[in-house]
Design a protein around this ligand. Structure first.
Ligand SMILES: [Zn+2]
Ligand SMILES: [Zn+2]
Ligand SMILES: [Zn+2]
Ligand SMILES: [Zn+2]
Length: 235
């Protein structure tokens, strides 16, 4: 197994920080911004994560709804073919028999952040009830910061993971073979070699590596926002 590190670049100072320390780092910037010009509305600093390697730090306006966050998560990390999604409070299923009304499964997505995050509640999110991608959502802190221009601001996200080609072990992996379970990451050159030995790869099983926890799942092939950090890492 390759050892991977989660790292993110700070929106404000452009420094690269370890994933574990970036919450605290962003907090110091946000506190300063709040002190300079406090406003009435609240903005929430959210951490969205999938395991320990994939994370998003977002600043969101209190008046936005879960549906706005759903759209954002789809645009940056998830959307492949319009699957359903749901938000729940962590450790509890909230949609009381909601299957007959699929739109409202889980917490109603028309709810505002203000009402959902009251009392520091944590959420879980699921995209696609078949090949599900699960995310954890928590409030790191809340601020009196004006967010009129951008309802959701991307403070930081994990940089593309430094995955190496499992064949040559030297170059960044750019694709993955979804039918081979071992040593299935390939750089562009080795992908050509693998095409010769694996018919499925040439046919349909080649998946581009993108910066998302949905890499390799369903037909996911990359996001629509912040696309410059969605590709393969550079050596
Ligand atoms: Zn910074
Ligand atoms: Zn899909
Ligand atoms: Zn290679
Ligand atoms: Zn293969």
């Amino acid at each position: 197994m390759q050892k991977l590190k989660a790292e993110g670049v700070c929106l404000y100072c452009k420094e690269t920080k370890a994933g574990a320390g970036i919450s605290r780092h962003l907090t110091s910037h946000l506190k300063k911004i709040e002190q300079e010009k406090a406003v009435k509305k609240t903005a929430y600093h959210l951490k969205v994560s999938a395991g320990s390697l994939y994370f998003l730090h977002l600043l969101v306006h209190e008046n936005l709804t879960l549906s706005d966050l759903d759209n954002y998560l789809r645009a940056i990390w998830l959307e492949c073919c319009g699957h359903m999604s749901s938000f729940d409070y962590k450790g509890q299923r909230t949609g009381g028999g909601g299957w007959f009304d699929e739109e409202e499964f889980g917490i109603k997505q028309g709810k505002t952040f203000k009402s959902v995050f009251k009392g520091g509640k944590k959420l879980t999110y699921e995209y696609d009830f078949g090949s599900t991608t699960r995310l954890d959502i928590q409030v790191v802190n809340e601020y009196r910061i004006d967010l009129t221009e951008a309802g959701i601001l991307l403070l930081s996200r994990n940089e593309p993971l430094k995955l190496l080609c499992s064949n040559c072990g030297e170059k960044p992996a750019a694709s993955l073979c979804s039918v081979c379970y071992e040593d299935n990451l390939f750089c562009a050159d080795c992908a050509e070699t693998h095409e010769e030995e694996c018919e499925d790869f040439a046919d349909y099983a080649a998946v581009s590596i993108v910066n998302s926890p949905r890499t390799g799942v369903c037909a996911y092939d990359g996001g629509m926002i912040d696309t410059e950090r969605d590709g393969v890492w550079q050596k």
